[in-house]
Design a protein around this ligand. Structure first.
Ligand code: SF4
Length: 400
């Protein structure tokens, strides 16, 4: 009986040009691959359909890359294929990522007609000088027109991506970006701290005094949390804020450990206790689909202990946090060592207990990498040094 739900993710690794900070899986030089990539995605969707038997698809997400630059017609064709081969719920959330410079009224109308109902727009900053410096192909006026067009063509569920900690960005500048973004009344706002990744053009400027230091980034983050809360945007994850009922259902699947299937270069899947990840480049993906060759770069069965670690890592990114009863039932082990640590974080103002659950405060989110590391250490300690078998199979493993 079909009663489990599934998310579908489609990766579109093509962009019009590369932004200075980008280390995502995307290319701006291989436009020639697009027709073959589309055919490979269609074939992949057909071949993988049996894996989704017994599942109801309640979220579909087209990410990238720049799906709108790839083309609305191609996206509509892919979604048509999904609807034909998978059981997609009529009230499912169907999202596409977009950049303001590749949004057109015709394209949006076609996507709305095809059944897409959520747009995630890369706005990043309201400062045109900063946008230019980042290599973005749009200015703020184009963000405003893209949002207007989205409203006009029937998209009510609009999300804006913003970045803080940008080169030369002051607190006033960030406040201005947040204010202008909220004026557009999106249902959802994501705020990401700039990370200067090795291999990106921005990396050569990593020592630049123009780049806000850690304290400034923290200040900008906490400012966003307060400002968005005052405007009715509820923080439901470290970087994500939404009006009531408008949290991203698809992204929540990742953080809640729910199942999803990924298609396209670098896309990951989590299904039936297994994690698999597709080859990271478009050309390799096309060749593997065409030849029936090895498509996955990783395929692993995740042990219960690893699942418990992922629960800690993913749940502590969210405002929902960890539920001790859920943890103990799922992973057959005591929550006590984690609880002790969480109590110490509460005393430091880094965490709070909400009903039965434990979560970080915004200050805790800021330190989450370190704090989650400590929680994982406590888990490992429990597994390896206290003589407690994590589960029966682990115990028997030690005997044979
Ligand atoms: S549009 Fe997005 S995916 Fe494309 S280069 Fe810029 S940041 Fe990267």
């Amino acid at each position: 009986m079909a009663d489990r739900t599934l998310g579908i993710y489609i990766h579109i690794p093509f962009c019009a040009s590369r932004c200075a900070y980008c280390d995502f899986c995307s290319t701006a030089d291989r436009r020639d691959l697009i027709p073959a990539y589309q055919q490979a995605l269609i074939q992949h969707l057909r071949e993988a359909a049996p894996l989704a038997e017994g599942y109801l698809v309640d979220t579909v997400y087209f990410g990238g890359g720049t799906p709108t630059w790839y083309g609305a017609e191609r996206l509509a064709e892919l979604f048509g294929e999904i609807k034909e081969r998978y059981k997609v719920l009529t009230d499912g959330e169907v999202t596409f990522e977009a950049n303001p410079d590749s949004v057109t009224e015709k394209g949006l109308k076609a996507l709305r007609k095809a059944g897409f109902n959520r747009i995630s727009l890369g706005a990043q900053s309201a400062n045109d000088g900063i946008l230019r410096e980042l290599g973005r192909r749009h200015d703020w006026a184009q963000v405003v027109s893209a949002v207007d067009l989205a409203w006009k063509t029937g998209f009510e569920n609009i999300s804006l991506d913003l970045i803080y900690g940008l080169p030369g960005q002051s607190r006033e500048d960030w406040a201005d970006t947040l204010r202008k973004a909220m004026e557009l009344q999106p249902k959802h706002i994501s705020c990401y701290g700039l990370k200067v990744e090795e291999g990106t053009p921005l990396w050569s400027r990593r020592e630049d005094p123009d780049l806000p230091d850690e304290d400034t980034q923290a200040d900008l983050y906490l400012y966003a949390v307060d400002t968005l809360a005052a405007a009715g945007y509820v923080q439901y994850e470290i970087s994500n804020f939404a009006k009531s009922g408008c949290a991203s259902r698809h992204n929540l699947k990742y953080w809640m450990g729910e199942e999803y299937l990924g298609f396209g270069a670098s896309a990951a899947s989590w299904l039936g206790g297994k994690r698999f990840t597709v080859l990271p480049d478009a050309e390799g993906y096309i060749a593997a689909i065409g030849s029936g060759g090895e498509l996955m770069s990783e395929l692993e069965e995740i042990s219960l202990y690893e699942q418990a670690s992922e629960y800690v890592m993913l749940r502590m990114r969210t405002a929902r946090g960890m539920d001790p009863k859920e943890y103990e039932t799922r992973y057959q082990n005591s929550f006590e060592p984690l609880e002790k640590l969480m109590e110490s974080y509460v005393r430091l103002g880094l965490a709070q207990r909400v009903g039965d659950r434990w979560r970080f405060t915004p200050r805790g989110f800021l330190l989450s990498n370190r704090l989650i590391g400590e929680l994982l250490d406590a888990q490992a300690e429990q597994k390896y040094h206290m003589g407690i078998p994590w589960r029966k199979e682990d115990y028997y493993d030690t005997l044979f």
